[in-house]
Design a protein around this ligand. Structure first.
Ligand code: FA5
Ligand code: MG
Length: 509
């Protein structure tokens, strides 16, 4: 019954349920409330789970030494809870921390202040409302976000601290580095916990010389270093429909000046990262006695970077920066001119500025050529030793050398969706539309942890008579650290199957 049914044809491309905060805004319609009813808690309410810093029981959860009351919204697995204490961005010589330090060097003190210790537990107000997310925004769904209780969650992005820092107004700019949490798919570039760096720069229109904001911003732009990287930027600084400036708040000259300062600042950051990546590859080649320094074998692709228009509820106009990497455009950050409502709401209506949010793992993967996001969580010396001494001396950065590629073993699981998910289940909403793949991903992560490389939907079927729906997922088991035995893989797969039955109520085919 739990057999590994193999289906050769991969039927559907994978679509991330949440590839970005920006994307989500474009989906409309209220969050399907039935999804809430379908969730069964990912932890046993009786059995207290305990790790170094985390304890849960049916009523409270302790995270980083603080206790929080849980309620029916609680959906954080013990695996994810156990990661809240890791703080990779603060771990000396960890690639995430090294990447943070390099980015900080491009945004120097005292103009920028660094905040690296904010607690991951925030209110729904901080994470969503303070940033202008509408009440029915899909990002608030329990299928996408880890809730402690109805009003408290694990932050999904570092922007959760924006309003607080705008209010404090302690410096001309800031950087926040922190762990962020999203229920998401399982593959080599997605992990339920990753690290973001948020940056912002503000000017006070009442305090700049002659109250000429645009001139002050342009003068600061002039003081920034220049770079000779080619950047594709085909769109105008703002567009009335697609990417409007904030009429009534900013003149065209002001919006254009802030946008130019923002883009140059971020281009300098990308240039810094890629210059270091290039130097690292050249040094590795030289050490391997590989041809002359002019041999560009591993860097044959010239760096390509482009700006694309984007949407965030808390910036306008907005952009994403993409880098051409391994044959495709990879989004590395989102940014824009901060919405004036945020400054006003923080009691600083005369402030104007920009903000950005970047994924540190994504940048670290480019910088060190780290092929799998799970590696960042490894405590294996063969991983960690490759970065030792680099934080204090970034000239020692070298491309990561994979220590092994252990064999993969995939197993399929086929099941009928539970009544509430199934068209035959009498759900007036059509049921199956409320099936959330992220719930399955969470069960898999909980049962098999980092031994799962990816999970893919390989078959779907609707029974022509009963309307019952079935799905088949292929789970690819591969440890980064050792060769899994058949028995280990089978045991993990059995745990996955049991978890799907117990937590999602599916019926195994
Ligand atoms: C945000 O999170 C916004 N808060 C960014 C922002 C800040 C915009 C300030 C404007 C002003 P987004 O969801 O696109 O946006 O994520 C930002 C970056 O985080 C992405 O560009 C990417 O580099 C990284 N990221 C997002 N999801 C993942 C993921 N699942 N795994 C790894 N990195 C991710
Ligand atoms: Mg995005």
């Amino acid at each position: 019954m739990f057999g590994s049914r193999r289906i050769a044809k991969v039927l559907l491309p994978r679509v991330s349920s949440r590839s970005s905060i920006a994307l989500l805004v474009q989906r409309s319609g209220p969050f399907p409330s039935s999804a809430r009813l379908c969730w069964r808690a990912a932890y046993s309410s009786d059995a207290a789970t305990s790790t170094a810093n985390v304890t849960t029981n049916s009523k409270t959860v302790e995270i980083n030494g603080k206790k929080y009351a849980t309620d029916s919204w609680f959906n954080v697995s013990s695996t994810v809870l156990s990661l809240t204490s890791r703080k990779l961005h603060l771990q000396k010589d960890h690639p995430v921390a090294i990447t943070r330090k390099i980015i900080e060097s491009v945004f120097p003190e005292p103009t920028y202040r660094y905040y690296n210790e904010f607690d991951p537990v925030v209110s729904t107000y901080e994470n969503f409302d303070s940033l202008g997310f509408p009440p029915d925004h899909p990002g608030r769904a329990r299928t996408d976000t880890y809730y402690i209780n109805k009003n408290t969650l694990l932050r999904t992005h570092t922007s959760a601290h924006e309003a607080e820092l705008f209010r404090a107004s302690a410096s001309g700019g800031y950087l926040i580095s922190a762990d962020v949490y999203r229920r998401d798919e399982v593959d080599r570039s997605h992990y339920p916990v990753f690290h973001q760096m948020e940056g912002a720069r503000v000017w006070d229109r009442d305090k700049v010389p002659g109250k000429d904001l645009a001139a002050a911003v342009l003068a600061d732009l002039e003081r920034l270093p220049k770079h000779n990287m080619t950047v594709e930027d085909p769109n105008p600084p703002f567009h009335p429909e697609r990417n409007p400036l904030q009429a009534g708040h900013h003149t065209e000259a002001e919006a254009a000046a802030v946008a130019a300062h923002l883009k140059r600042s971020l281009e300098l950051m990308v240039n810094e990262i890629f210059s270091r990546a290039k130097a690292a590859a050249a040094a590795a080649n030289a050490a391997a006695g590989d041809a002359s320094p002019t041999d560009n074998k591993n860097n044959e692709e010239p760096l390509r970077v482009r700006w694309v228009e984007a949407y965030f509820p808390f910036t306008s106009p907005s952009w994403e920066l993409e880098v051409f990497y391994q044959g495709d455009w990879l989004e590395v950050l989102g940014c824009g001119v901060s919405r004036q409502e945020l400054h006003a709401g923080a009691g600083r209506p005369s402030q104007v500025g920009w903000a950005f949010g970047i994924g540190l793992e994504r940048i670290a993967m480019l910088l060190f050529r780290i092929p799998d996001i799970r590696l960042f969580w490894s405590r294996d010396e063969r991983f960690l030793s490759q970065f030792r001494g680099v934080e204090d001396d970034p000239s020692r950065i070298r491309p990561f050398v994979p220590f092994s590629k252990h064999p993969a073993c995939y197993k399929d699981v086929s099941f009928w969706l539970a009544g509430a998910f199934s068209a035959a289940g009498g759900n007036p909403r059509g049921g199956a539309a409320d099936w959330h793949e992220n719930d399955l991903m969470e069960v898999v992560r909980d049962a098999a942890g980092d031994c799962v490389e990816d999970v893919r939907l390989v078959d779907e079927f609707t029974h022509p008579k009963t309307g019952r729906r079935s799905k088949c997922y292929r789970i690819n088991y591969r440890s980064l650290e050792k060769t899994l035995t058949n028995q280990e893989t089978n045991e993990m797969h059995d745990r996955v199957v049991r978890g799907l039955v117990e937590k999602l109520g599916v019926e195994i085919r």
